[in-house]
Write a protein that binds this ligand. Structure first.
Ligand SMILES: [Fe+2]
Ligand SMILES: [Fe+2]
Length: 283
């Protein structure tokens, strides 16, 4: 049983924490652009938009720099901050992250899972009646597992214990293991963190409910799309999620998205192509 002190510790850590980064190929690319004085808004955007934590920092800093908070798109956030602030943000982060013990290999697969979910969410939108939401859903998919990043960063020991529990039984639900060890899931931890970072409400709702669309009252379409994308990313082996459990998607979700069998096969090859293009820069 998780005690009250654990919950207090979690809330306290998240209240105090600063935005952070994790080492992966997209971050390394930004690092080398900065080192070679080749960083600008355009090429910066290209790699920031591939990574949940860099996107989170930019949205958060832009939200903090305006009066009414919450910036809805990364493009707008990049415009608000401008090139010098962006350089500043990532230069500072590089200084810090270079000295941390994080290794690219450990983080790369989880990052690719998140990127995959973003790409798939976008393609589902483009092939359904939700095409106008494609960009919004790309970022919701990219950021859906933000809470797992927070657990890996701030609750390392708990993360190890959770992985041991899940690792012993591939069908063991990650959420149950998280509840047992932390008292809360990565959905809830992600929600605390995203709220603190002033992320848009529609992204927060996806973070909060992406494993159980039925538990949400709002943004159900967005959540349903990311839930399907999350399962497809696991099935297509894009990177590695924290668990391999494929959640049963309620029948109504498929009807709701108006995905038929033929479209599904077209989408699969499109998804593979777009994922290959998005990751072609990785050395
Ligand atoms: Fe998740
Ligand atoms: Fe996921």
């Amino acid at each position: 049983m998780v005690n009250q002190n654990k919950m207090l510790e979690i809330t306290h850590i998240i209240e105090k924490c600063e935005p952070f980064l994790s080492l992966n190929s997209a971050f390394i690319e930004i690092n080398s652009l900065l080192k070679n004085s080749k960083f600008n808004k355009e090429n910066g955007f290209r790699y920031i938009a591939k990574d949940p934590l860099m996107t989170c920092i930019v949205l958060s800093k832009a939200a903090n720099s305006v009066d009414n908070g919450r910036i809805l798109t990364l493009k707008k956030a990049v415009e608000i901050l401008g090139e010098d602030s962006l350089k500043n943000i990532f230069s500072q982060q590089i200084m810090q992250e270079t000295f941390l013990d994080s290794r690219k290999d450990e983080n790369e697969d989880f990052w690719l899972h998140n990127l995959g979910v973003g790409i798939i969410s976008k393609i589902i939108c483009e092939n359904t009646i939700y095409s106008s939401k494609a960009d919004e859903l790309y970022f919701a998919g990219l950021l859906h597992d933000l809470g797992s990043y927070v657990i890996k960063k701030y609750f390392k020991n708990d993360y190890q214990i959770i992985q041991e529990i899940v690792g012993k039984d591939p069908n063991k639900r990650l959420l149950l293991a998280e509840k047992k060890v932390l008292g809360v899931t990565h959905q809830e931890i992600g929600t605390f963190y995203a709220t603190k970072m002033n992320l848009p409400k529609s992204i927060i709702n996806v973070i909060r409910h992406h494993h159980y669309v039925d538990s949400s009252m709002d943004d159900k379409q967005n959540i349903a799309i990311v839930m399907v994308a999350n399962n497809l990313a696991k099935g297509m082996k894009f990177g590695k999620s924290d668990n391999f459990y494929l959640e049963p998607i309620p029948d109504w979700v498929w009807r709701y998205l108006q995905l038929d069998q033929t479209m599904y096969y077209q989408i699969i090859s499109d998804i593979q192509d777009k994922f290959d293009i998005a990751t072609a820069f990785i050395k």
